[in-house]
Design a protein around this ligand. Sequence first.
Ligand SMILES: [Ca+2]
Length: 155
Amino acid sequence: MVYLWGKNYSGQLGDGTTGHKLVPAQALKVNHTAVEAEGLELLPSEGSIGMYEDSAASGGRAVGYIDNYGDNLQFYNHYIPGKIIRVRYAALNSGTMNLYINGAYAQSVSFDSTGAWTGRYASKLIYVPIPESSTLKLQYDRGSVPVNIDAIEVF
Ligand SMILES: [Ca+2]
């Protein structure tokens, strides 16, 4: 389970079902945290970070325009101490964003190009210790290259 806040609170809770939709052929673990990016609190620094409609996206929406310093998506990993974060994303060009755990920089995450901003998504696996009851954040910082984020899972 996961605690969400922000817009779309009532409609975007991730659960096991959502996880299955993301990558039908892959099942790393049945019980895990899954959230739709469009259900997360969005913290624009000055730009227009926000959701867009895309039938190819999990839940029919994803988050884009993450291209001003400080733009980020964050969520609270309530129960599960995890080892892997799986990010479903789209990016015309290869991108990079920074991962923070409990507010502390953890690592830079690179995303291979999917060939388009919409319509074609891929999954990025990030291997990192994720404490129970931690806050995870993907942020666009100086040196980052934007990607669109569809959904995030913790295993
Ligand atoms: Ca989505």
